[in-house]
Design a protein around this ligand. Sequence first.
Ligand code: BGC
Length: 758
Amino acid sequence: MITFSPSRRSLLKGAAASAAMTAVAAPALARLRAPEDPFIENLIRTMNLEEKAGQLSIFSDSVRFDGPPINPTPAQTQTRDKLFDDIAAGRVTGVFNGIGVELGRQMQKAAIEQSPHKIPLIFAADVIHGLKTAMPIPLAEACSFDPELAMRTSRAAALEATAKGIHWTFAPMVDVARDERWGRAAEGHGEDTWLGCQFAVARVKGFQGHDLKDGKHVLACPKHFAAYGAVQGGMEYNTADIPETTLREVHLPPFKAAFDAGALSTMSSFNDVGGVPSTANHYLLTDILRGEWGFHGLVVSDYTSDEELILHGYAADGPDATAKAITAGLDISMQSGFYNNYLPDLVRSGKVPMAVVDRAVRRVLHVKKALGLFDNPYRSLDLAREVSDIRTPETVALAREAARKSIVMLKNDGGLLPLPKSGKSIALIGPCIDDKADYPGPWAAFSDISTCVTMTEGFKAALDPSVVLTTARGSDYEAPLDGGIEAAVAAARASDIVVLVVGESSGMSGEAEARVEIVVPESQMRLAEAIADVGKPMVVLLRHGRALALHGAVKNAPAILATWFLGAETGNAVADVVFGDYLPQGRLAVSFPQQSGQEPLYYNHRNTGRPQLTDDMAFKARYREVTNAPLYPFGHGLTYSSLTYSDTQVSAANMSMNRSLNVTATVSNTGARPAHEVAQLYIHERVASITQPVRQLRGIKHLDLAPGQSAQVAFELTAADLAHVHHDLKWETDVGVFDVWIAPSATEGKPATFTLKA
Ligand code: BGC
C-alpha cells in the first residue's frame, strides 16, 4: 500500500496532457507560512481588544449596494453614518456586497486616516459568475468539462471586480452536489469530486492570478467548508449526516485542491456535520484544515452562521456561540456582530484566551498583507479602471465563448439540429425569451441586466433577415398567462419550426431554492403539450440551475439542449449552437433523473449487494416505477456528428505500485460533420476494504475530429489515481483488479481490466 493524499499534482495528472489543463499552469503564489511577521506582531501588540474584535468582524455594505437584498435574512443595515463611525473606530475589518470606487475610497480613507491603527479595510463580494458581465453559472461551465475556461472566466470576473473596488470574492463554491433538489447545485461544479477538483483549482488560479498584489486579482474563498452539498434531502441549511470516509473522499478534496492552489480564505458552512455545526467545528476548522493541511489563510463564517449556533442547539447564547466559534478556529464573524459584542468580555473574563484572538487577528492581517493592502490601501480603487475594465470586448467575447461551451445537446433525433438560418419560419416560445432580468442567472446581483442578450435578440441577429421569427411567451414561469397558450399555438401553427424555451426562472435555483420536484413547472408543461400537439418539428431549450426530470412533451421532443443560465451572452451563444455556427461540446456534470424521486442520483454510486441488472428484477435495489438508470447520464453530450469508440486497451495486464499504465482507445468521427468530443477515463476497483463506486472519473481529453478522422486517446494511470480513503481515513491504494474505461459518458463503453500488484 502507498499513502496518497490527493495533491494537486496527482489530481490534475489525469487531465494534464489535455489541452485544457496544460493551460492551467501553476502560478508561484507563495502561501502564508510565517506567522511571526514583525510588522503584524507589532500591530497586534498595540491593538486593544475592541480593535482586535473589529478586525474579526465583517458587515454587509449597505452604503454602496443599491440593488435588491442579496442575502436571505435581513442585514443589520447600518446607516452610512454608522458605518463610517465604525470604520473610524476600527470596529470593522471590511464590508461585503457593495461595489463602487468613489465611496470605496472614502471608506478606505476613513480607515487609514482615522482608525486607531490605520488598518486598511478589505472589500468583499459574492462574485460567483462574473460581476457586470454575467458569465454562465458555475454548473453550466462545469459542463464544458474545460477547467481552463473557468480559469479565464474567473480571471475576467476578477478584472471587473477589482475595477469596481473589490478585493475578495466569496467564491468559488466547491461543494459537491449529488442531490439536484439542492438549489445551490447551480453554484458548484456538479456531482463529481474529481471534476470538482479541476474546477476548484482553475477558479482559484483565475481569481488570484500569479500575483495577488497586482490589483487586478482577488482573494478566493472556496466555500462552504464543509459538506454543505451533502445536506439531507437536498434541503438548504439541513444537516449533513455522512460517514467521515465520505466526507474525506467526496466532499473535502475540492477544498484541499483549492488550498494547494493557493486559496487563502474559506467560509464555514451553515450546516452541521453529524451534529456539530461547521462554524464551531474544531475538527474541521482546526484539526483538518490547519493541522492536516497546513492552511494559513483565514476562515470567515457564513452570513450570521455563528449566531445560528444557538438555533442549532450547539450554543446557549451569544457569548457561548462566540467562544465556541473562535475556539474552533473561526477567524471572522460575518454580519451577526457577535465578535464585536462578546469577544472583548470573553477575553477579560478568561473564557477565551487572548492568544486565540491574536491568532485569528494575525491570520486576517496576513491576508490583508498578502493582498498588498498595507502597501497600497487604494489598490483596486481606481476611478479610471471602473470605466475601462468593465465589459471590455475581451470579456464580452469570453462570456459568449463560455456560454457556447456550456451548452449540452441531450438529444437530436433525426438530426433536427442545427436549424437552417434561412428558408424556414421559426416560432420562438417561452416565458424567458424577452425577460432580460432573468438572464444573468442566480447569484449575479451586480450584473448589468440591460446588456444581456435575450434569446429573441440572439435569434434575430443570427437569422437571415428574410426569415419570419414569431415570438410568444406562452406562459409565465410558474403560472399561466391569460391567452398565453392560444397565442403561442397560433405562432407555432404559422411557423415551420418551433423552438420552445422552458424550465426554471433564475430565481428557482440558488440559495434557499430547494425543490421537491425538479421538473418543468406545470404551467409551462401545459404550454409544451399544446405546442407539441401542433405537430411542428420542435426543439426544446431547457433553462435551469440544476438537472431536471423531464416529462411528456418536453422529454419527447426530438431535440433538447441543456442551456442552464448562460449569462450576458445567452441569446448569441444559444443561436451560435442552434444554427450550427458553433459545435455543441458540453457534457453533463450532473446526472439527469427520470423522476425527481430518484435523487440523490449520481453516477459514482456503490453497487449494493442486490444491484438492478435488468429492468424487472424483484428483490433488487430499485424503485417500482422506473429503472435506476438516469434519463441522461453524467458525461453525456451529443455532437452534430456521430462517433465511435474502439475497445479500451491497457498497456499491460499487470501494473506495479511504482509504475504507470497506459490506457488507450481510438475515437472516430463516422459522421458527416466535424465534432468536438470529450473522451472520459473511468476506473473501478472490484474488491476493496471499503466498497468502491461502480465507476469514477479520472481523466478527460478534448478532441477535435474532422469527418472520417480518427484519433487515439491515451491516459497514463498511476497508483495515486487508484487510491481511496480507507478506514484509517488515509488515502491509500490497494493491490487488486481494476476495470478501466475510455468512454463518451459514465454509462457507456466496455472496460479493460488490469491487476495492480505490490
Ligand atoms: C451564502 C454565502 C454568501 C454569503 C454572503 C450567504 O447567505 O450562503 O455563500 O457568500 O451569504 O453573501
